[in-house]
Design a protein around this ligand. Structure first.
Ligand SMILES: Cc1ncc(COP(=O)(O)O)c(C=O)c1O
Length: 408
């Protein structure tokens, strides 16, 4: 079978909820991936931060294989020897009291929303059904019906209603808007400390701290979605550490599973978790022994291999290199650590064109919202590998400048 055959079979049997490119990967290691034709690519996206520790990281692979020698999955009605260790490590590294293990990022967010609404009802005494949660425009928290119901992107909602309500939107980074949106029934403010899917938007300096102060003053939970920004991605273990000590609740996913297994969690303060009792929530696979063994190893790697520092250092380096490109095709370069967005002057060139040309040169990047090219390589990347990517970006932009700018 060649690429064409794989694509044809996919297109026949896989519902096209992603507009996947006609490249079929079959092998990966570290920051590299190979397609079935043997072409090698530098992964500058890391499955949207899921592969932060590198493809098939040997320590994570070993943790998985060791666990498979012992046990796999058991009903949560029983206990196993790994979950407590994982939970303790996650609580300690985030400064939280308890965790609820789930599988995907969206599930971690759903868990936080349920806990916040119940806390609003039981602790804050908001009448049940009146709990109000504030979210930001341009958010991305996943794809379940509740979550797309409060997306500000009409395309994510189209045809999927009715939605349950109880959410209101404010502009990201606007503290006055947050203050104005608060009502006596507000139980939580849910926000990404850095909007990833929304276009790599870094909150203005002081925003998170001011939001935390407002939440404290009004007895509102500050819930941070760090599914994409957590685990060292932005140059801190968790992005909130750029500004605050800790939120009231935190959603993690992606890199927590080491790029090998779906692992997510909602971690929070004890009084928030105290409202959740047996039967209030659950997941067959959440926190199983394999997931727990992997998460234990990812947390250890984060702590022992200084990947957070590396993310800060390499991110800084990449950002400087990209800023020095000084291309008329670039409108802005922004981000934190190794989560960087290159905003494109789409009047001259499309982000899709740039990503496709980069792919031809062997760089996997991602168009975000048609305006930004996202770079989020594994945190294990070396300076030489960053230089190779920058060289490919430079060549791509210069080619396009020659074609598009001199032609106008
Ligand atoms: C900030 C954020 N939250 C939640 C999610 C959803 O995660 P998942 O696709 O694992 O459900 C994503 C995915 O990109 C995300 O970036």
């Amino acid at each position: 079978m060649d690429t064409k055959d794989y694509v044809a079979r996919d297109d026949k049997y896989v519902t096209p909820i992603y507009a996947s490119l006609p490249i079929v990967f079959e092998k990966s290691e570290g920051v590299w991936m190979w397609d079935i034709e043997g072409k090698k690519y530098l992964d500058f996206v890391s499955a949207y931060s899921a592969v932060s520790f590198g493809h098939l990281n040997p320590r994570i692979k070993k943790a998985l294989l060791n666990q498979l020698e012992r046990t796999d999955i058991q009903a949560r009605a029983f206990r196993h020897d790994k979950l407590g260790e994982y939970a303790e490590m996650l609580c300690k590294i985030t400064g939280m009291d308890q965790m609820i293990p789930m599988n995907t990022g969206a599930e971690a967010v759903e868990t936080g929303l349920k806990a916040a609404r119940r806390w609003g009802n039981m602790v804050k005494k908001i009448p049940d059904g009146k709990q109000h949660i504030i979210v930001c425009k341009g958010n991305f928290h996943g794809r379940t019906t509740t979550i797309v119901g409060f997306s500000s992107d009409a395309e994510y909602r189209r045809g999927f209603g009715p939605f349950d309500g109880g959410f209101s939107h404010i502009p990201f980074g606007d503290i006055a808007a947050l203050e104005k949106a608060i009502t006596p029934n507000t139980c939580a403010f849910l926000v990404e400390p850095l909007q990833g899917e929304g276009g790599i938007h870094v909150a203005p300096k002081g925003y998170l701290k001011q939001a935390q102060d407002l939440c404290k003053k009004n007895n509102i939970l500050l819930l941070l979605d760090e599914v994409q920004t957590g685990m060292g991605r932005t140059g801190k273990n968790f992005c909130y550490q750029h500004e605050i000590d800790k939120p009231d609740g935190l959603m993690l996913g992606k890199a927590l599973g080491g790029g090998i297994y779906p692992v997510s969690a909602f971690v929070a303060r004890k009084d928030v978790m105290d409202v959740m009792d047996p039967g209030s929530h659950g997941s067959t696979f959440g926190g199983n022994a394999i997931a727990s063994a992997i998460a234990i190893e990812t947390i250890k790697i984060l702590q022992e291999e200084k990947l957070t520092e590396r993310s800060a250092e390499m991110g800084d380096y990449l950002m400087k290199k990209l800023r020095a490109l000084n291309s008329p095709l670039i409108k802005d370069i922004r981000g934190l650590g190794l989560l960087i967005g290159m905003e494109i002057n789409t009047k001259i060139v499309s982000t899709d064109d740039i990503c496709k040309r980069l792919l031809k040169k062997g760089i996997i990047s991602k168009d975000t919202h048609g305006t930004v090219v996202r770079f989020s390589p594994p945190l294990t990347i070396t300076k030489e590998e960053v230089n190779f990517a920058v060289q490919c970006v430079t060549e791509t932009l210069r080619e396009l400048e020659a074609e598009k700018v001199s032609a106008t």
